[in-house]
Design a protein around this ligand. Structure first.
Ligand code: NAI
Ligand code: MG
Length: 357
């Protein structure tokens, strides 16, 4: 079996962690008997912006559309290009253009990783955030009027469609139905956002009726954020709109130790287009270029990619290698995990573990 992978390194630590992700993917391919054709692309970065005045070439959809998956680092270098321009000009184009309407973000407290929460150890936190990824609060509908006057007014609309809401809810309910606890929580804020969120609640309640085995409940986003910190163990599958899901999926991993280990999958479940796998974190300009970024989020995203490609044994092997190295090799851990190690050292240790296992 042979898979064609488009690799996009992006900016900042993306350029440091993607090579470690590829190192581990190659080790997994070798050990599990399949081949990876990796093609690196040098767009979706500040450098491309400087050279071409755009984040992507005009034919990006043809260039990427034929790959089996996209392995992405992180984009953003605010000194050169404003963040809303770099993100809308690249990653958000991929998510929308390839209809990657599910952003799946596992949150697990692994052995060897210390949670900042008191009384939480390995195994106590294990849930999935399912974030709506193509509409919602991240809309382009709006604008400014009376600019430069004291009546200056700024408006940005939330867009929810029945298809868009139902398809991400269905994915989340299916996911919950397949897990031992069969528990789903949906995030809302229908007390404050009085038009969009009651609609979201209504569709979620209707979907819950189709899944009698799943225990479904809702939390307002404010208390949900508090409960992530106070009682993260009670969650199993959490489904949320684009903005709420974005926030929860940084908060969740932070509760599970560090955002540096958190993976994500931008999935097109219909498989009409390639899905995209990337860590939750960004380009981290504050630590870029120092070789100390944690590569685990990127490597774990690679495991999710293998799962999606139909290589579950290889995916499990990568995750097991991550867990063993984090638990047993404190000397290779990066500073965010409290260790003295480097990006390359941790990546190499995990790749070696994949190869030996
Ligand atoms: P960030 O995730 O890049 O960094 C937040 C904090 O976490 C920083 O202190 C950073 O050093 C630390 N951190 C992040 N990843 C780490 C890792 N692997 N190992 C160790 N520490 C790590 O978020 P921030 O600072 O808000 O954004 C920086 C840039 O990244 C901006 O240009 C932003 O737009 C972009 N960004 C891109 C994303 C993407 O490509 N998917 C997602 C989030 C932000
Ligand atoms: Mg985010």
């Amino acid at each position: 079996q042979r898979y064609r992978i488009a690799a996009i390194l992006g900016d900042g630590i993306g350029r440091e962690v993607v090579p470690e992700g590829l190192r581990c993917l190659r080790a997994a391919a070798e050990a599990h008997g399949f081949e990876l054709d990796v093609v690196e692309h040098d767009f979706a970065c500040a450098d491309h912006w400087l050279r071409h005045g755009a984040m992507l070439p005009p034919d990006w959809k043809d260039v990427l559309g034929g790959f089996d998956a996209i392995f992405f680092g992180a984009v953003g270098w605010p000194e050169v290009v404003p963040d809303h321009v770099s993100l809308w000009g690249s990653l958000l184009q991929f998510r929308r253009g390839f209809d990657q309407y599910v952003n799946l973000r596992p949150v697990r407290l692994l052995r060897g990783v210390r949670s900042p929460l008191r009384d939480h150890g390995p195994g106590d936190i294990d849930f999935r955030v399912v974030r709506e990824n193509t509409e919602g609060e991240y809309s382009n509908v709006g604008g400014r009027i009376f600019e430069g006057t004291d009546r200056e007014t700024v408006l940005q609309e939330t867009v929810l469609t029945r298809i868009g809401v139902d398809r991400v809810l269905r994915y989340a309910f299916d996911l919950a139905a397949g897990r031992p606890r069969k528990h789903l929580t949906w995030a809302t804020k229908s007390n404050g956002i009085s038009i969009a969120m009651p609609y979201w609640d209504e569709r979620a309640a209707a979907m819950a009726k189709q899944y009698p085995d799943v225990v479904a409940d809702k939390d307002h986003i404010d208390i949900l954020a508090a409960k992530f910190v106070l009682r993260p163990g009670q969650y199993d599958v959490v489904v949320a709109s684009n903005l709420f899901g974005d926030i929860l999926s940084d908060l969740g991993p932070a509760c599970a130790g560090t955002i540096g280990i958190a993976p994500s999958a931008n999935i097109n479940p219909d498989r009409t287009w390639p899905s995209l796998f990337e860590p939750v974190h960004g380009s981290a300009p504050d630590i870029a270029g120092r070789g100390i970024a944690n590569p685990v989020g990127q490597i774990w995203s690679g495991a999710m990619m293998l799962e999606h490609l139909g290589e579950p044994a290889a995916a499990a092997a990568v995750l097991a290698a991550i867990e063993r190295v984090l638990a047993d090799r404190p000397e290779v851990l990066t500073p965010d995990l409290g260790g003295p190690g480097t990006t390359e050292g941790l990546g190499t240790a995990i790749a070696a573990e994949i190869a030996w296992a």
